[in-house]
Every structure is written in structure tokens, then in C-alpha cells.
Design a protein around this ligand. Structure first.
Ligand SMILES: C[S@@+](CC[C@H](N)C(=O)[O-])C[C@H]1O[C@@H](n2cnc3c(N)ncnc32)[C@H](O)[C@@H]1O
Length: 239
């Protein structure tokens, strides 16, 4: 497994070095760049942060997050988004929760208005919040029922006027969806989960997400955010 991971890292590194040489490094805001710089160290880990801020719509998500109040980032990974949100507004108090020990151990960068804790978001009783974030997390849960259970819990834990912000992968454009599926089924498990593949990914189509949110009594807005990005992102804001 270790060998497969090293081979994969080798090919990803070569691919992106050439890609960035030919097309230039992704254009990201100076604030997002300073967050990436917090993670300098192991060379693949640093490269991965650049890839992540390129492949995820963090700037769009930041605009949807309230500028002050308690922000809970569920399945926060290595904390890039949480640190970015905290640096973007000192009035935000950001709590990230994650159950991958390696990833959460990288999250705390000493930014005062952040706190990152190890925990299973399906089991932990996180505090009430003004915004709860589920950024590429719902499809990683082990079942559709878990998605609904977690959304119900989030609804109960919102302060008055609060919102749930979700980034998900939808079926369009097809080539971007297929690339995301390949990443989630094969690349993420090898790089981060110590396993060869993960077959427990639970995508929904755009219409199925809308139906679910409506059935659960949420008011929702959404935008499609895949332009200039490799994955088929949609961002939903639920109230
Ligand atoms: C695709 S990553 C996204 C990470 C981060 N939200 C981001 O956008 O960079 C999904 C994350 O959800 C985490 N996750 C999945 N199920 C979880 C659970 N039950 N409890 C805590 N974290 C979970 C995974 O470990 C992984 O780090």
C-alpha cells in the first residue's frame, strides 16, 4: 500500500509540475495564497494544498459564509478552508471537526479564531452555529441515510437566521463528474485513507439534492461552480 501511495504521489507530482509549468500556477487571491503558505513543508503536502485551492471553490464558499459568528466546518480535512475563513474575518469563530487523524493534525496553524478537533461528525455533539459547512463531505458518508441524519442534526444546531453551506459534486458536466468519481473512488483512498479504493461514495444528482432539501423543509439556493475547475461542483445554501 505504501509503495502504491508513493508511486501515485510521484505521478501526481510530475503531472502537476508539468501542468503548472505549461499553464502557470492557479490564480488565487493573496489571502488564499497566504493560507497555502502556512502549510509549507513536505513537498507533496504543499503541492496538494495548491491543487486543493485550485480544484475547490473556496472563494465562492467564503462569500456565502457570514462575516461574524460561530462557523462549524464538518469534515474539515486539513483545515485549509477553516483557516482561510478565519483569516478573512476576525469576527468569525471557526471550529473544524474531522476524523482523519493525519489530516486534522495538520489543521491547527495557530490562528486565534480557529479551533480544530478530532471527532466523528455523525456522533459528536457540536455546538450551535451561525453557519455549518459540509464541503465535499456528504457524498463521503457511508449511506444516504447518514446524509439525512447529519442534515437533520445540522438543522437542529443552527442559531436563528443561520445557514448550512454545502458543496457537492453533481452529475454535470459529465466529464468533470467522471473525473471527480475517479478521484473519490481511487485517488483519495490511496492518498489519505490507507486503502486501495472506496466504494462507499454516495453522490446524488442535482435534482435529487433539491428533492431532499425540499422534503426536509429547507429553503435553498444553489450555484454551479465548475468553471475553470476540474470537478463538477455545486454550492447549496440552506436555511
Ligand atoms: C473530500 S474531504 C473534504 C475536506 C474539506 N472539507 C475540504 O473541503 O478540503 C472529506 C472529508 O470528510 C471527512 N469525513 C468523512 N466522514 C467523516 C465523519 N463521519 N466524521 C468526520 N470527518 C469525516 C474525511 O475524513 C475527509 O477529510
Amino acid at each position: 500500500m505504501k509503495l502504491i501511495k508513493q508511486i501515485l504521489i510521484f505521478f501526481i507530482t510530475i503531472f502537476f509540475k508539468i501542468f503548472f509549468l505549461v499553464f502557470g500556477e492557479p490564480k488565487i487571491s493573496s489571502r488564499l495564497r497566504s493560507v497555502v503558505n502556512l502549510y509549507k513543508g513536505n513537498s507533496f503536502s504543499s503541492l496538494f494544498k495548491i491543487i486543493r485551492v485550485w480544484d475547490a471553490p473556496f472563494e465562492e464558499i467564503e462569500k456565502a459564509v457570514p462575516e461574524n459568528g460561530k462557523i462549524v466546518d464538518l469534515g474539515c480535512g486539513d483545515g485549509i478552508l477553516g483557516n482561510y475563513l478565519a483569516l478573512s474575518s476576525k469576527k468569525r469563530s471557526v471550529v473544524g471537526i474531522e476524523f482523519n487523524k493525519k489530516r486534522i493534525s495538520e489543521a491547527n496553524k495557530g490562528i486565534v479564531n480557529t479551533k480544530f478537533v478530532y471527532g466523528d461528525i455523525l456522533k459528536s455533539n457540536f455546538t450551535k452555529a451561525d453557519a455549518i459547512l459540509l464541503i465535499h463531505v456528504l457524498h463521503h458518508l457511508e449511506s444516504y441515510i447518514d446524509q439525512e441524519k447529519l442534515l437533520t442534526k445540522c438543522k437542529e444546531r443552527l442559531n436563528r437566521g443561520g445557514k448550512i453551506i454545502i458543496a457537492e459534486i453533481i452529475e454535470r458536466p459529465l466529464h468533470k463528474f467522471l473525473f471527480t468519481a475517479l478521484t473519490d473512488f481511487l485517488i483519495v483512498p490511496i492518498l489519505f485513507e490507507g486503502r486501495l479504493m472506496n466504494t462507499m461514495i454516495h453522490f446524488r444528482t442535482l435534482d435529487k439534492w433539491k428533492t431532499l432539501f425540499k422534503r426536509m423543509g429547507f429553503k435553498y439556493k444553489y450555484s454551479l461552480n465548475h468553471q475553470n475547475m476540474p470537478f463538477s461542483h455545486a454550492i447549496f445554501t440552506l436555511e
